[in-house]
Design a protein around this ligand. Structure first.
Ligand code: NDP
Length: 682
C-alpha cells in the first residue's frame, strides 16, 4: 500500500522516493511512505489562511464537541487500528494505550471544554485588574488562537496517541496543524488520520498530513507558528537551532530523551506490599511497548541492602513475561519498532555494558516469531554499583526493555543519584513511609515533570508510573526537553495569544461580552427571570426593593439552618472579635438577596445551577437594610440540556448593598434558562 499525504485538502502521492515501512514482527513490507515532491510551503500557507480562518471561527465549546464526535467516530472503527498496531510490534495492551488512550485524550479535552470553556471564539481570563483609583480604567486578559500553523513531529513509539495528544490541545485552541508521524509505524497514523478526515467533521484546512520524511517542512515555519517535537534530544536540539526557528518567534516545544527513575523506599522490604508493587511496576515499565516509552523506568534505585532481593525478584518476574508475536493472545511483550531501532538499541546496550555490569539477560523463547525476521530482543538488567561516580547509566537512553539497578544509602543519596539524570519526565517513589516519600518528592521536583508516589493505598487505582494523563502536565526539564504538553486546560495556552485589554468598564464589557463591575446597569422593562436565554443581554439588571434585617430573622435562620455559630447567637461572646453585635449569617444574606431578586412567577428560568465567588465584605446587623442589584454577567450557550429542554446557563452578578450604600456581599449565581429556539446562538 502506498501511503498518501494529505495536503491542502487533497490526498497526494509522493513523486517516487519510496521508503518501505516494515512489519516489526515478520520483516515484510506493510506500506510505502513517499513524501517527495510535496509543496510544503503551500501547505503551511494553506493552514495559516484557510485552516486558521475556519477553525478559529468556531467557539471553544464547538471545537470541544468536535473532539468528542471524532473520538466516537474512531472508536467505532478501532478494530482495524488494532490489526495495524500489532504489525508495529505492539501487544494488545500496548495498542490499547496507544489507540484508545489517544481517543481518551480527545474525550477528556472535550469534557473540559464542555465544563470550563466558553461558547465564544475567544476566552476571557477570570480576574479584572483595577488600574485606577476610581475604577474608571480597568484591565483584563483575553486569549485568542495564535495565528499560524502548528507543525507536530511525533516519535515512532506511539503512532496514534502521539498524534492525538498534540491535536487535542491544538484543535481545541483553534490552531490548524500539520501532523508528521515518525516513518516507522506511520501506516497506523495514516489509517486513523484518514478516518478523521473521512468523518467530514473538521472544517477545511484544519489538518494536513506529511506521512513520513519531513523534507524541508521546517524551512517554511515563520513567526506565529509553533513546532511540537517528540523524539531524540539530538534531533530536537538540531531542529530547535534551525535559523527559521531560533531566529524567529516560532514557539518550540520539545519532549526528548528521559532517564526516568523509580525509587524503592527503605521501608519497602521483601514481604511488604510496596516491595511487590515496585517489582510489578518496574517489570511493567521495562516490558510495556518493549520499553519504547519516553516515560519508561531506566534507572532502578534501591536501598543497598535490597539490591540482591530486587535483582532476584525482578529477574524472576521478567522471566515470566511471554515475548513474541502480538497476534498470539499469550504474548505480553512485543517487538522493537524496526531493525534500525533495534540496531540503535544494541549500540546503547554495548555502551551500558562498558560502564556497568550486565546482571540479567532474558533467555525467552519467542512465541510465533523469530529473531531473524522480527525486531525482537529480550529484557536486560544492568547493575551500576557506584552510581554517583559512573555516569553511563544516567546518560544512555537504551530505548527498549533495558534498565539499570543502582544502590543508595539514604534519602539524600537517592535524590543525588536521581538528579544525575539531568531532568526527567517522571520519577516514582514506592514507599509507605510518608516522611521519606515527601522529602524525596520535594527534592526531585525541580528536575522532574511528574512524581508518582505508589503505596498500598493507591495501588488498586494507581494509573502507573509510565502513563501521562490528559489532565496532568506531561513534559520535563533539562534533558527531557523542557517542554509541557497536556496538563488540562493549561495545555491550550501554548496555542493561544494572550492579550491585555484596558479600558472603561463599559468598553471592557463590550469587548469581553462579560459584565464588568462598574459598567452601567441596563434596567429591563420585564423581570430578567421572565426573559428567555436569547432575550437576555449581558448587562441586563434589576434593582430590588429593600429589606430591613431583624433579630428575629437571625434567630429564625439559626433555627432553620441549625447554624448556631456563636457570632450569630451569643452576644456575650463577642469581646475580642470583629463583631459589635450578633451578626446575620452570610448564607442568610444570600438567601434574603434571592428572596428579593427572584421572580416567583413560572417563567423561562428552569433551575438554580450553582453559586460561584461568594464574598462577604461587611457585617450586617439587625436594623440594617439591604437591597440588591442583579445583573446578567455572562451567557453560556450549552445546547439542549435538562430533560431535553433547550437551554443555556446565565451567570448573574448579585451585589448586596446596605443603607449606607456599602457593598456587603457579592456572589455569582448560575441559572439554567430555557431558550425559545434550540438553534439560537449567543
Ligand atoms: P528522532 O529524533 O530521529 O525522530 C523523531 C521524529 O523526528 C520522527 O518523526 C522523525 O521523522 C523526525 N525527524 C527527524 N529528523 C527530522 C528533521 N530534520 N526535520 C523534521 N523532523 C525530523 O528519533 P527516533 O524516532 O529515530 O528515535 C531515536 C531515539 O530517540 C530513540 O532510540 C530514543 O532514544 C529517543 N526517543 C525518545 C523519545 C521520547 O519521547 N523520550 C521518543 C522516541 C525516541 P522520521 O521518522 O521520518 O525520520
Amino acid at each position: 500500500m502506498r501511503l498518501s499525504n494529505y495536503i491542502c485538502g487533497n490526498w497526494v502521492l509522493g513523486k517516487g522516493d519510496e521508503i518501505p515501512v516494515l512489519d516489526s514482527v515478520t520483516g515484510q513490507v506493510v506500506a510505502i511512505s513517499d513524501t517527495s515532491g510535496l509543496d510544503l510551503g503551500l501547505a503551511t500557507d494553506y493552514a495559516r489562511t484557510v485552516g486558521y480562518k475556519n477553525l478559529s471561527a468556531l467557539t471553544f465549546y464547538d471545537r470541544g464537541q468536535l473532539l468528542k464526535k471524532i473520538a466516537l467516530y474512531l472508536l467505532e472503527r478501532k478494530q482495524k487500528y488494532y490489526e495495524l498496531s500489532y504489525r508495529t510490534g505492539a501487544t494488545k495492551v500496548d495498542s490499547w494505550v496507544d489507540i484508545e488512550g489517544g481517543f481518551g485524550t480527545f474525550f477528556t479535552y472535550s469534557g473540559l471544554a464542555k465544563r470550563m470553556l466558553p461558547n465564544t471564539t475567544f476566552w476571557v481570563e477570570t480576574g479584572v485588574e483595577k488600574l485606577s483609583a476610581e475604577g474608571s480604567h480597568l484591565g483584563l486578559h483575553i486569549l485568542t488562537p495564535s495565528e499560524g500553523v502548528s507543525v507536530q513531529i511525533n516519535a515512532y513509539n506511539f503512532p496514534v496517541w502521539g498524534m492525538m495528544e498534540k491535536l487535542s490541545t491544538s484543535l481545541l485552541a483553534g490552531v490548524p496543524s500539520i501532523v508528521k508521524p515518525a516513518t516507522p509505524g506511520c501506516y497506523l497514523t495514516h489509517a486513523v488520520f484518514q478516518d478523521i478526515i473521512g468523518s467530514g467533521l473538521l472544517p477545511e484546512g484544519a489538518l494536513q498530513l506529511v506521512c513520513g520524511d519531513p523534507g524541508n517542512l521546517l524551512e517554511y515555519v515563520q513567526d506565529g507558528d509553533s513546532v511540537l517535537f517528540t523524539g531524540s534530544a539530538s534531533t530536537g536540539r538540531k531542529l530547535k537551532s534551525m535559523p527559521q526557528i531560533a531566529g524567529s518567534t516560532v514557539r518550540f516545544n520539545m519532549e526528548a530523551d528521559s532517564l526516568n527513575c523509580s525509587i524503592l523506599g527503605p521501608d519497602a522490604k521483601v514481604g511488604t506490599p510496596e516491595f511487590d508493587l515496585f517489582i510489578r511496576e518496574v517489570r511493567n515499565e521495562i516490558t510495556t511497548k518493549a520499553g519504547q516509552k519516553c516515560t519508561a523506568i531506566r534507572r532502578i534505585l534501591v536501598p543497598e541492602d535490597q539490591v540482591e532481593a530486587v535483582q532476584k525478584a525482578l529477574s524472576s518476574a521478567l522471566d515470566q513475561v511471554p515475548i513474541g508475536n502480538p497476534l498470539n493472545k499469550q504474548t505480553r511483550m512485543g517487538a522493537i519498532a524496526g531493525k534500525e531501532q533495534l540496531d540503535t538499541l544494541k549500540e546503547k546496550i554495548q555502551l551500558l555494558a562498558g560502564g556497568s555490569e550486565l546482571i540479567y539477560e532474558g533467555k525467552h523463547q519467542l512465541i510465533d516469531a523469530d529473531f531473524t525476521n522480527g525486531s525482537f530482543i529480550t529484557p536486560r538488567l544492568f547493575f551500576n554499583p557506584r552510581p554517583l561516580e559512573s555516569d553511563i547509566s544516567h546518560e544512555t537512553e537504551a530505548f527498549g526493555p533495558v534498565a539499570t539497578i543502582m544502590p543508595y544509602t539514604d534519602a539524600e543519596q537517592a535524590v543525588s543519584i536521581a538528579r544525575k539524570g539531568k531532568g526527567s519526565l517522571v520519577a516514582s517513589v514506592v514507599s509507605n513511609n510518608t516522611a521519606f516519600a515527601s522529602e524525596v518528592a520535594w527534592r526531585l521536583a525541580t528536575t522532574h515533570g511528574r512524581i508518582y508516589i505508589l503505596n498500598r493505598d493507591n495501588a488498586q487505582e494507581g494509573t502507573g508510573h509510565g502513563s501521562p494523563l490528559p489532565t496532568m502536565m506531561h513534559g520535563g526539564p533539562g534533558r527531557a526537553g523542557g517542554g509541557e504538553e497536556l496538563g488540562g486546560l493549561k495545555g491550550l495556552h501554548f496555542f493561544l495569544q494572550k492579550t491585555a485589554v484596558q479600558g472603561s468598564p463599559d468598553m471592557l464589557r463590550a469587548v469581553s461580552k462579560i459584565h464588568i463591575p462598574g459598567a452601567q446597569y441596563r434596567f429591563t422593562q420585564v423581570h430578567p427571570f421572565q426573559l428567555h436565554f436569547e432575550e437576555i443581554q449581558v448587562g441586563d439588571s434589576l434593582q430590588t426593593a429593600n429589606r430591613t434585617i431583624t433579630e428575629a430573622d437571625i434567630v429564625n435562620f439559626s433555627n432553620v439552618s441549625w447554624d448556631h455559630f456563636y457570632a450569630h447567637t451569643d452576644s456575650t461572646s463577642l469581646t475580642g472579635t470583629i463583631f459589635d453585635r450578633v451578626v446575620a449569617h452570610g448564607y442568610f444574606l444570600l438567601s434574603a438577596a434571592a428572596g428579593l431578586f427572584v421572580s416567583g412567577k413560572k417563567g423561562p428560568v428552569i433551575a438554580n445551577y450553582g453559586l460561584e465567588d461568594a464574598s462577604f465584605f461587611k457585617p450586617v446587623y439587625a436594623g440594617d437594610t439591604i437591597g440588591v442589584f442583579l445583573t446578567a454577567k455572562e451567557k453560556i450557550n450549552r445546547g439542549v440540556k435538562g430533560r431535553n429542554i433547550p437551554s443555556g446557563v446565565v451567570k448573574w452578578l448579585v451585589e448586596v448593598y446596605n443603607q449606607r450604600n456599602e457593598l456587603v456581599c457579592v456572589a455569582t449565581i448560575l441559572t439554567l434558562v430555557a431558550k425559545k429556539s434550540p438553534f439560537i446562538a449567543l
